[in-house]
Design a binder for this molecule. Structure first.
Ligand SMILES: Cc1cc2nc3c(=O)[nH]c(=O)nc-3n(C[C@H](O)[C@H](O)[C@H](O)COP(=O)(O)O)c2cc1C
Length: 260
């Protein structure tokens, strides 16, 4: 079958998943179109992909699962026996059920998974864990994954012949975000609303960006990274506690897992 386009469908609040997906995409010989779900929109048009499209789905792992926000968006995405590959980035702890959940969700929506990878990265909350990852060596492995997917797309074999197994368990782990919603330093905030405009979950009030809806906040850290005034930050006490906890269970030198 002559392939049409590469579609990049991803969620990447702090940009690491985007970096990884772009590295994979570089080695796929198809024109690419991006669908970045990292910015909140009340309504998004439904997307339907064709059997000759190739879709790369990319997510960061949250609590060993697919971020809930991305699962919500997936409801409007449909495939027609469309081949797809999965990318999960995670902060050197574990990815647990995330790939299994993503695979199940996309296959239920008409996609056929022909490859998957879990890539350890810098932890977006505790950045000292996996600091600087993906590094040069990681990027080489990520790029190789793209080369292998590209080969698979060009092989004469039907996509239905690929049977990809990814780790994970049913029922999935309990979902939850770390409860690390940022505080606002009212003396530093200039009410520019940049944070509100880009918040992936629509948790920050556009009219009053000093207000965050704690129920909507997914602790993704996008606003903390983006705020030029450094007005948004996670409580030092909570961050110190999490750093202590995660430093014990994370391994900054973890290797990628590829499923082909
Ligand atoms: C709320 C939240 C939960 C997370 N949960 C996990 C986890 O369960 N395991 C892990 O290894 N990393 C976890 N991380 C780290 C991210 O998965 C990782 O840093 C990812 O690469 C961030 O991607 P992004 O830069 O595209 O947002 C979590 C990060 C956040 C913000």
């Amino acid at each position: 079958m002559k392939m049409n386009e590469l579609k990049l469908v991803y969620f990447s609040p702090t940009g690491t998943t985007r970096k990884v997906i772009m590295e994979v995409a570089k080695n796929i010989d198809l024109k690419s179109v991006s669908f970045d779900f990292s910015v909140h929109k009340e309504k998004r048009p439904a997307l339907t992909f064709m059997p000759n499209d190739f879709v790369l789905f990319g997510i960061p792992v949250y609590a060993g699962r697919v971020p809930r926000t991305f699962i919500d968006y997936l409801e409007q995405i449909h495939g027609n026996d469309t081949p797809a590959a999965l990318i999960a980035t995670y902060g050197c702890r574990e990815y647990e059920d995330a790939l299994l959940e993503l695979k199940t969700e996309v296959e239920n929506r008409g996609f056929k998974v022909i490859g998957a990878g879990a890539f350890p990265t810098e932890h977006s909350i505790v950045r000292s864990i996996g600091l600087g990852r993906p590094n040069k060596e990681d990027l080489k492995g990520i790029s190789d994954f793209g080369i292998q997917l590209n080969r698979r797309l060009k092989a004469e074999q039907p996509f239905s012949s690929y049977d990809i197994h990814v780790p994970g368990n049913h029922p999935y782990r309990k979902y939850g975000t770390a409860g690390l919603y940022p505080k606002v330093d009212v003396n530093l905030c200039t009410e520019c609303s940049s944070c509100a405009k880009v918040c992936p979950s629509g948790a920050i009030s556009l009219a009053d960006p000093k207000k965050t809806d704690k129920k909507k906040c997914i602790s993704c850290q996008k606003c903390v990274r983006l705020c030029r005034q450094k007005a948004r930050s996670v409580s030092t006490m909570k961050l110190n506690m999490l750093t202590k906890k995660l430093t014990k269970v994370c391994q900054s030198d973890k290797s990628a897992d590829i499923f082909l």
